[in-house]
Design a protein around this ligand. Sequence first.
Ligand code: ZN
Ligand code: ZN
Length: 380
Amino acid sequence: MMAPSRLAPFRRLCHWGPIAVLGIIKLITWAMVHLIGMWWPPHTSILAAIHASLYLSLAAATLYYFLQSLLEGPGYVPMGWKPAREEDTQYLQFCSVCNGYKAPRSHHCRKCGYCVKKMDHHCPWINCCVGHENHGYFTLFLFSAVLGCLHASIVLSICMYHAINRVWYVHNGTGREPMIYLTLTTLLLTLLAIGMAIGVVLAVGVLLYLQIRGILRNQTTIEDWIIEKAAGRREELGLPPFVFPYNIGWKANFKMALFSSQTDGLTWPVREGCGEYDLTREQQAQKLDKRLRSRLYTATHPYNGRWVPLVAHPRAACGAPCSDEPRLPLQPGDVLRATRQRRHWLFGEKQVVGSTRGSRGWFPRACAVPTDDLCKTKPD
Ligand SMILES: [Zn+2]
Ligand SMILES: [Zn+2]
């Protein structure tokens, strides 16, 4: 397996996500320049210049931080990485794809194809993960996009109001009302731009809130799930509550997320009383727990891997899991270890003789029958 090439960051641009982001920025910027020019002709009003320069600065910041987070990338764990002390490998999981240990806080991203340092999530809009090295840029991208779109949605809505009333102004106005002319095409494009801008404010606004909350706690989206699972698991076993080791105070957390050079992304400062491998040990315990709760199944019917198997499994097709995780084609006789279940679907791993890891994915529950009793399976 090769390390990411130097050209890889530029190739990330050739994907529907980044192309859509660039298209949205272009559309809203066009609408703003076109309408501000008519509302306040720049040579007559200082207000026009202020609004135009405010919007253009926010659009430029959005574009800059977007490209930075895409080109910089999340930072990957080096191939074949292992901790400095050999004995620490017992606390870490091994990634068979990257042929190395997973550093604390790193996770293997199936789409990027590498173990990502401090992985938060894989973002289709930047066509790579948000992780250690681009977390700050990504947050600033969200921040400038929300502010720019908020400004654009207000200005464009006021412009639309004047455009709709233009005929009325001609006959009944004072002559000082702004005259905004829109053709059918420019009207439709402006409506689309307003819709996009409001959509960004709402959807990206929520994401921005979650990112800022995570940054202040130094806790990624994936770590939110681990902590949630830890709470349930430890309560069930009567263990003391899990203390998240990387929350070292909001100011230090904030600095660490915004300036990735503060750490190498492989080792992390921990709060007092916590150990360097507290989180990875909890992850190992959760993995073992998941394995103990898993069930063995044997496929009885073939499944071709379709996301919506309408003809073969109409019930499963109606309740397909809302997840972009892979689907797992089956042949009768395949043995599977299922770790998650939905009403009509199971998520499992194909058991391949002589291999530690088979392919994983969702398959319709009706294609397989359980072949052991719950909790009877022993971990390797
Ligand atoms: Zn990996
Ligand atoms: Zn990724």
